[in-house]
Write a protein that binds this ligand. Structure first.
Ligand SMILES: [Zn+2]
Length: 131
């Protein structure tokens, strides 16, 4: 294989990794907005009230509510903004590997929705100290 093929692959991989870093940066900005921007604050505060100091959940209802009012919208922001970025790269240069960040963010969206619906017996919801 030629060096052109290798550098092309490295470029695509770099764009894919950068799209994941972008998704995490959007998560950080969303979290910051949850403290700095008044309309988001009441929803974001639920997220900080889920666990007690010993890291056990306050209640299943609060845990689920935090998923719906904080984690799901946070993941929606990650999915929509990474997808907008990926679409613009695709239209501009025909590069599709930035959609990796959209898939990565989509995984968090699916997980947050699943936790919002979860029963207390799922492993993602610790019910108390183990044996
Ligand atoms: Zn916070």
């Amino acid at each position: 294989m030629s060096d052109g093929w290798i550098s092309g692959a490295i470029a695509l991989l770099s764009i894919a990794l950068a799209s994941i870093v972008a998704a995490e940066a959007i998560r950080d900005v969303y979290h910051w907005l949850g403290h700095a921007w008044q309309p988001l604050r009441p929803w974001h505060q639920v997220h900080h009230k889920v666990f007690r100091a010993d890291l056990t959940p306050v209640s299943e209802a609060v845990y689920r509510r935090a998923e719906w009012v904080n984690d799901v919208p946070e993941a929606l922001a990650m999915v929509s903004l990474t997808t907008l970025g990926a679409l613009s790269l695709w239209y501009t240069w025909g590069v599709a590997s930035a959609f990796v960040g959209s898939l990565y963010a989509g995984g968090f969206l699916v997980a947050a929705i699943a936790r919002g619906w979860a029963t207390a017996n799922l492993p993602t919801f610790p019910t108390g100290p183990g044996p």
